[in-house]
Design a protein around this ligand. Structure first.
Ligand code: 5AD
Ligand code: SF4
Length: 465
């Protein structure tokens, strides 16, 4: 739609993002794809011409949230209609992929359903809906590469730390997980495309890059010369970009944690000492039923190797309690490995049966009450480890990358190498800079520091894997 000057007329777009960082990345790309059609982002969902819910299907609760949100959107749409204004509603993300047309059947307020592999079609779908098209559903897995068709980020955004999706999808088929069905087979972006995106980000002031993938360490890009690029090679290449000071990656699978990648924690100074490596369950019997294809001993061997080259590494993990057939004794094994590994950070969940996954069909489902109890016990143990890790950094001097304002006036906040949030009293001119900070206190969710001029950041310890 154009105004008299032939310019696209201004329309308001609201995107609500659920779930993982990959969805957050996709939401940014969707906003950019709709810019040429005149859509500008607004925080006000009730006043938007187009509302996109970018959904998550990983656990039942996440999927149900979408339908309660659609209830709210329906009311806003009715209100706007009374004022003579129209509202388009799109559901994107993994619920869109998994449920497709069902969403419109259950929630007729929805005009567009678009799966994660079809975002390059979004602008066309919206144009069709504006012309009066109804019930538009796009959930194919097209042969073309969606990244090649999504626009680059616009100029002018101040961003210190950015996510870059390098890999999508998963071929592992853990029996509890919907990702292989909603995000499809493993796909890696070309290294040249990623390098170009990171260089662009660097020129705009980005100092830290987190590479994203459902199975990021399974990354295998194809170089322009046809050579295979594993993640370690990509990280080494990105580390050569001068203005990029920090690199991270997430999420990894234990089976793809190869020695070259582990060695990088010692050999590449820009790679931050933080590793998110889910183990899911402490019992080998449950791990086998989950189709994780590794044992607990193998997991511990891997984190042992990582700690050998980088003793100060902050380890993070995902854990599921109450997988079908999990006994109290199995759960004790989960508590035991969590105690031994002493995670700096952890995300733990009650198992939730996802339609279409093999584990959902198992008969020995664990009662809700037992899941709740196990989760509470596990989380209190994990919390105490996280606090212990944070307390151990008190008294140390750490380089902090400042990302923005802090909680109180005069404060700024940033991240330590271990991904801890650090607050200091300091000038906003430090935002976008890395400064040495003396850590003086550890709160429940963040650290407090004072700015200091000395530089005593410890070099990574070199050792063979
Ligand atoms: N139930 C509970 N947790 C799950 N996760 C994935 N699928 C399920 C499920 N069906 C968790 C895993 C995964 C994280 C992203 O979400 O721990 O690593
Ligand atoms: Fe899901 Fe397993 Fe793939 Fe992770 S590795 S995305 S848990 S199937």
């Amino acid at each position: 739609m154009s105004n008299k000057l032939g310019m696209p007329s201004r329309k308001k777009l609201h995107i609500k993002t659920f779930g993982c960082q990959m969805n957050a990345y996709d939401s940014e790309r969707m906003a950019e794809a709709l810019e040429p059609a005149g859509y500008r982002l607004t925080d006000d969902a009730d006043d938007a011409d187009l509302v996109i819910l970018n959904t998550c299907h990983i656990r039942e609760k996440a999927a149900e949230k979408v339908y309660s949100e659609l209830g709210r959107v329906r009311l806003a749409k009715a209100r706007r209609r009374n004022e003579g204004r129209d509202t388009l509603v799109a559901v994107a993300g993994c619920v869109a992929q998994a449920e497709g047309r069902e969403i419109i059947a259950r929630s007729p307020v929805v005009d567009i359903v678009v799966g994660p592999q079809s975002y390059h079609r979004l602008a066309d779908l919206v144009a069709e809906a504006v012309r009066g098209g109804k019930g538009l559903v796009e959930t194919e897995f097209p042969a073309e590469d969606k990244f090649a068709h999504l626009p680059a980020r616009p100029q002018g955004k101040v961003q210190v730390s950015a996510f870059v999706t390098v890999q999508e999808g998963c071929d592992k088929f853990c029996t509890f997980c919907v990702v292989p069905y909603t995000r499809g087979a493993e796909f890696s972006r070309a290294p040249s495309e990623i390098v170009a995106e990171v260089k662009r980000l660097a020129t705009r002031g980005v100092r830290e890059i987190t590479l994203l993938g459902q199975n990021v360490n399974a990354y295998h890009g194809r170089g322009d010369d046809g050579a295979d690029w594993p993640l370690a090679k990509l990280l080494r290449r990105l580390a050569q970009i001068p203005d990029i000071d920090r690199l991270r990656y997430t999420t990894s699978h234990p089976r793809d944690m190869d020695d070259e990648l582990i060695a990088l924690f010692a050999g590449e100074k820009k790679l931050m000492p933080y590793l998110h490596l889910p183990f899911q369950a402490g019992s080998d019997r449950i791990l086998a039923a989950m189709n994780r294809k590794h044992t607990i001993a193998e997991y511990e061997e891997t984190i042992g190797k990582v700690r050998l080259v980088r003793p100060d590494i902050a380890l993070s993990t995902d854990i599921i309690v109450g997988f079908p057939g999990e006994t109290d004794a199995d759960f004790e094994l989960t508590l035991a490995i969590a105690r031994r590994a002493h995670f700096a950070q952890a995300f733990s969940f009650k198992y939730s049966a996802r339609p279409g996954t093999p584990a959902a069909k198992l008969e020995n489902q664990v009662p809700e009450e037992a899941k709740r109890e196990r989760l509470a016990i596990l989380q209190s143990q994990l919390d105490s480890h996280r606090h212990a890790f944070d307390r151990d950094t008190v008294g140390r001097k750490l380089p902090v990358l400042f990302e923005g304002r802090g909680r109180k006036p005069g404060q700024i906040a940033g991240r330590s190498p271990y991904l801890q949030t650090v607050h200091i009293d300091g000038p906003e001119t430090l935002i976008g800079e890395i400064a040495e900070v003396d850590i003086v206190a550890a709160g429940p969710n963040s650290l407090t520091g004072v700015i200091n001029s000395g530089f005593e950041w410890r070099e990574p310890v070199q050792a063979a894997v």
